[in-house]
Ligand binder design. Structure first.
Ligand code: BYC
Length: 471
C-alpha cells in the first residue's frame, strides 16, 4: 500500500482521533479504497505528478490547496461543514423541531438507501472515466479529469464516513459493497442507470460533467437540507467541490462548440468533420443522450418515495428556504402526466411531485448553460441554436419511459422512433467518428484539433503550464 499521509492517516474535521472504534474501522476501509482506486481509477497516470487542488479543511483558505501530487497520495479526507447550533428541521412533518444528530430508527432504511445511492455514484463515475487519460486533448484537460476523479473519490469517503458512523454493521457492509459494484458490469452494476453508461470519449465526458454532475448538484442540495444533520453538513461541503466539475463540463462543451464554429468559417466547404472538428449537429446528439440519461436520475415523476423522504425531513427541495411553505400538505404541482396513453396537464399532490419539482429546477439550470453555448455560437456569427430536448424524450425511468417521444415532445410509435433515433441520438457512425478524433495531446499549451483553448488556466496559471509532469 502507498504510504499516504503525514500526520493523520485520514485528514478530517470530525475528531476521528476521539473515536477509536470508528477510526479503526475507517483505517481498515482505507487500504480497500486504495486497492479499488489503483484497480479501477485512472489507468496509467498513477505515478505522475499532477497539479491538483486538495481540501485540507473547510475554512475558506483550506478547501483549495493547489500543489503537485501523485494521485494515490491524494489526501482523501472527511470534512463536514461546522455544526450550526440550534438548527431545526426546515421542512416536512418535523419542521421547526431540532435536527437529528443520530439516525431515527423509523427512518433508518430510507436514510441508508439515500446515502448508499449517493455514495454509489461517486466511484461509478471514476470507473466510467478511467481510460480517458489515454486521449486527453491537452494537459489542462487531463489535469481537470484527474481533479474531478480524486474529488469523486473524496465524495465516496464522505458517504462511507456516514455509513460507518451511523449505520453499524449494515453500514460497514454497504461501504464494502460500494467498492464491489462496477459501472456497466452485468452481474454487479452500479445502482443508477447513467452510471452504467460508457463515457468512452471526451465529448461524452464533457456532457457527463455538464449534465450528470449537475444532477449531483441538485441531489446534494436537496440532501443538504436534511434534518439528519451529519448528512446536511457533509453535502454542503461536497457542493463546494461540485462547482468545478460542472465548470469542466460547461466550459468543455463551450470550447468544442467554439472550435466547430471556427472550422465552419475556415475549413474548405465549411466541413467541420473533415477539418478534424466535431460539428454542431453531432454535439446536439450527445446533448440529447446525456441530458436524457441525467433526467432519469431524478426518479419517477410521481413518487411516494420522494413524498416519504420529504415528510420525514430527510430530503428537501433545492434551496428550501426560498419557498414560502415547508409542509406541503394540500398543495399541488401542475405538470404533464400520462393517462390512458395520453399526455394531460394536471395538478399532482405536491409531496408526490417532488422529484419533478427538483427536475424542473435542474432543467432551468441546464437551459442557462445551453444559453451560454448559444451566445458563443452567435458571437462567432453562426446561425445555429442548440436546444434541450423535451423531458419526455428518450427516458428509461418514470412515466415517459413507457412511450416514445420526439425531441420536441410529440408522442410517436415505436417503429417511427426506431427509424429516426439515429437522427436524434449518436449512432454507431457518430461514435466511430468522435472516437477517431481522440488522439492525446500532452505538450504544454497545445490543444487537439477539435477543441478551442480554455479562456484561462487553472488557478490563473499561464496556458502552457505543465499541469502534469512527464514520467
Ligand atoms: N436508475 O420513486 P422512484 C452525483 C428506482 S449524481 C435506476 O421513482 P425515488 C454524481 C428507485 O431506486 C446524484 N433505478 O424514485 C454525478 C426505486 O427502486 P425500488 C446522486 C432508479 O426513489 C456525477 C424505483 O426506481 N444522488 O452525485 O424517489 C458524478 C422507483 O423510484 C432510477 C442521488 O441520487 C435510476 N435513474 O428517486 C458523480 C440522491 N431512478 O425502490 C456523482 C439519492 C429511480 O423500486 N437518491 N430508480 O427498488 C435519491 O434521492 C433517489 O434514490 C433517486 C430516486 C432520486 C435516485
Amino acid at each position: 500500500m502507498t504510504a499516504v499521509l503525514t500526520d493523520e492517516k485520514i485528514p478530517n474535521n470530525v475528531h476521528l482521533a476521539d473515536d477509536r472504534r470508528l477510526q479503526r474501522a475507517l483505517e481498515a476501509w482505507q487500504p480497500q479504497f486504495l486497492d479499488w482506486w489503483k484497480a479501477m481509477g485512472p489507468v496509467g497516470w498513477q505515478e505522475r505528478d499532477i497539479y491538483l487542488r486538495t481540501a485540507v479543511s473547510v475554512e475558506t483558505d483550506g478547501w483549495a490547496h493547489f500543489n503537485y501530487v501523485k494521485m494515490p497520495d491524494y489526501r482523501w479526507g472527511i470534512f463536514l461543514e461546522p455544526k450550526q447550533e440550534g438548527r431545526v428541521h426546515g421542512f416536512g412533518d418535523f419542521a421547526g423541531q431540532p435536527v437529528w444528530d443520530e439516525v431515527p430508527g423509523e427512518f433508518r432504511n430510507m436514510l441508508r438507501r439515500l446515502v448508499v445511492t449517493q455514495g454509489d455514484t461517486e466511484p461509478a463515475s471514476v470507473e466510467q472515466q478511467r481510460l480517458l487519460g489515454d486521449t486527453a486533448p491537452s494537459l489542462y484537460d487531463l489535469r481537470n479529469l484527474f481533479q474531478v476523479n480524486v474529488e469523486e473519490g473524496r465524495h465516496l469517503w464522505a458517504m462511507v464516513y456516514l455509513l460507518h458512523t451511523y449505520f453499524g454493521r449494515d453500514g460497514r457492509e454497504e461501504a464494502e459493497e460500494l467498492l464491489a459494484r462496477r459501472s456497466g458490469d452485468v452481474d454487479k452494476p452500479r445502482i443508477l442507470g447513467a452510471f452504467n453508461e460508457p463515457t468512452s470519449h471526451w465529448l461524452s465526458f464533457f456532457m457527463f460533467t455538464m449534465f450528470t454532475d449537475r444532477d449531483g448538484k441538485y441531489q446534494l442540495a436537496a440532501l443538504a437540507e436534511s434534518g439528519f444533520d451529519p448528512l446536511a453538513r457533509t453535502c454542503r461541503f461536497m457542493l463546494t467541490e461540485e462547482a468545478h466539475h460542472m465548470f469542466v463540463g460547461e466550459s468543455g462543451v463551450q470550447r468544442v462548440v467554439k472550435r466547430a464554429c471556427e472550422l465552419m468559417k475556415t475549413a474548405p466547404g465549411g466541413d467541420v468533420r473533415a477539418a478534424g472538428g466535431i460539428d454542431l449537429p453531432t454535439i446536439q446528439k450527445y446533448l440529447h443522450l446525456w441530458y436524457s440519461l441525467s433526467l432519469d436520475l431524478f426518479g419517477g415523476e410521481v413518487s411516494s418515495n420522494a413524498a416519504d423522504a420529504f415528510a420525514s425531513g430527510l430530503k428537501g427541495r433545492y434551496k428550501e428556504d426560498r419557498y414560502p411553505e415547508h409542509k406541503l400538505i394540500g398543495s399541488h404541482f401542475a405538470m404533464d402526466v400520462l393517462e390512458e396513453g395520453k399526455v394531460v396537464h394536471k395538478d399532482i399532490a405536491m409531496r408526490n411531485a417532488l422529484n419533478e419539482v427538483l427536475r424542473t429546477e435542474y432543467i432551468k439550470d441546464c437551459q442557462r448553460g445551453v444559453d451560454r453555448w448559444n451566445k458563443t455560437i452567435k458571437d462567432e456569427g453562426i446561425d445555429f441554436v442548440i436546444t434541450l430536448p423535451s423531458a419526455k424524450f428518450h427516458r428509461n425511468i418514470g412515466m415517459w419511459s413507457t412511450q416514445r417521444f420526439t425531441p420536441t415532445g410529440d408522442m410517436i410509435d415505436q417503429a417511427t422512433y426506431d427509424a429516426r433515433q439515429g437522427e436524434w441520438l449518436p449512432n454507431a457512425a457518430d461514435e466511430v467518428f468522435v472516437k477517431s478524433l481522440m488522439h492525446p495531446v500532452y505538450e504544454p499549451g497545445k490543444m487537439a484539433s477539435w477543441i478551442a483553448p480554455p479562456a484561462k488556466g487553472i488557478n490563473n496559471l499561464p496556458g502552457d503550464f505543465e499541469y502534469v509532469k512527464p514520467a
